[in-house]
Every structure is written in C-alpha cells, then in structure tokens.
Write a protein of this length. Structure first.
Length: 219
C-alpha cells in the first residue's frame, strides 16, 4: 500500500512529514490500517523487530493529537528507551506538538504535563501519576504500550497490568500494544478487546547458523 492511499485519512501536516521518507507502507502497517488503526480501534501488534511498529504508533498518536481528540501517552519499560523515544518524537514532530518526557520523581503529579500533547513515560511513572490523581489523565485519547509482552515479567508485569486495568476503567481510549515476542497473542488481544495484527516480514532475512573455530555454517 502506498502512503498516498491514506492521505485523506490522516492530517495534512502528518502526511507532509511522512512523505519525505516513506513511499510505501510495510506489511504490518498495512494490516494495522486495515484492522482499524485510523478509526480508533484497539490493536495488538505482534511483528518482528524493525518491521515498522513505531510508525503504527505514530499514525495513531499524531492523528489523535492533530485532530484535537486528546492527550497521547506512550509507555516504555526503560528510562533509556523513554529518553530515546522522546528525542525521536521531538526531532520529527516537535514543531507540531508538545512532547514531554516523564520518568523521574515518583512522588509528584507533574502538573506541567497537562499542557503537553504527547507524554512518554515508564509504566512505574505513569502508575505514580495515576495514584497522585493527575487531572490530565482524564484527557487521554490514545495509550501506546511498547514491549507489552512484559505483562508476563515477574518484576514489571504486575505494575503494567494494574496500570492498563485502571486506565481502561477510567475512560474510553484507543490502546495500541506493541511487541516482537508474545507467547499468547490471541489471549492478550482478547483481554485488551483489541484486533490482533501479526506478520512475519522483516527488512533483513533472519538466518540461523553455527559458529565454530572461526567458521560460520548456516543451517
């Protein structure tokens, strides 16, 4: 699918940015669009690394913000990843939207976030913001959860599960879950009330081999 085909479905400002680098959408992105990404449907995207999951998140986020639907929250598992995402979004969309990074003090409601359009945070920080009754959470229109398979992680899983449960009870919002490795995607999609997007395409073919004594033999 050519990017041009969805031109009428996304804000003009977003299309003008994307067309500089993108001509044709990747398989996972096409499937996400087909399954309701641009119509506000919940999606669980389970595709390989570098298959285009971030653009799926960007399409949902920027469309919602630029159409004035509300605040977007992007949840990531690590502070380093949050900082990286913040820099990427700020560089690409900083002239259009207000991007914020929230990964610090767990004892603050961070009231300044009420003025932001896109908030990138760790699950632990977002959980803290909820517990401190940050009023802007009622304005969330899209929730993106990167590495959502960490729901099964012994240390981080419970916090993420409670966070998702509380936010879903708070108000109606579009939820986009992203992961390259989910053992039970159908069950998780059902729990999220989400359409499942699965695809095996990757930009570089994955090969399996054995390295021994300076020699690599591919299977």
């Amino acid at each position: 699918m050519k990017l041009e085909k969805i031109k009428s479905k996304i804000p003009t400002q977003l299309f003008e940015i994307l067309k500089k680098d993108i001509v044709e959408l990747r398989p996972a992105q096409v499937k996400a669009i087909t399954k309701g990404l641009l119509e506000g449907k919940n999606l669980l995207v389970c595709t390989p690394t570098a298959s285009g999951k971030t653009l799926i998140a960007e399409l949902a986020a920027l469309k919602s913000i630029l159409e004035g639907k509300g605040t977007v929250v992007y949840i990531v598992p690590l502070k380093a990843l949050a900082s990286e995402k913040y820099k990427d979004f700020k560089a690409r969309y900083g002239h259009l939207i207000k991007v914020a990074l929230s990964i610090g003090n767990l004892d603050s409601a961070d009231p300044y976030l009420a003025e932001k359009d896109l908030i990138i945070a760790t699950a632990e920080k977002m959980d803290s913001l909820l517990r401190h009754h940050a009023p802007w959470v009622h304005n969330i229109s899209v929730l993106i959860v990167d590495e959502i398979h960490l729901l099964n992680d012994v240390s981080r899983g419970p916090t993420l599960e409670i966070l998702l449960t509380l936010l879903r009870q708070l108000k109606q919002m579009q939820i986009i879950g992203l992961s390259a490795t989910i053992g039970n995607p159908k069950e998780l999609a059902e729990w999220l009330d989400a359409n499942l997007v699965e695809d095996s395409w990757r930009p570089v073919k994955l090969k399996q081999g054995v390295y021994l004594e300076g020699k690599l033999d591919f299977i």
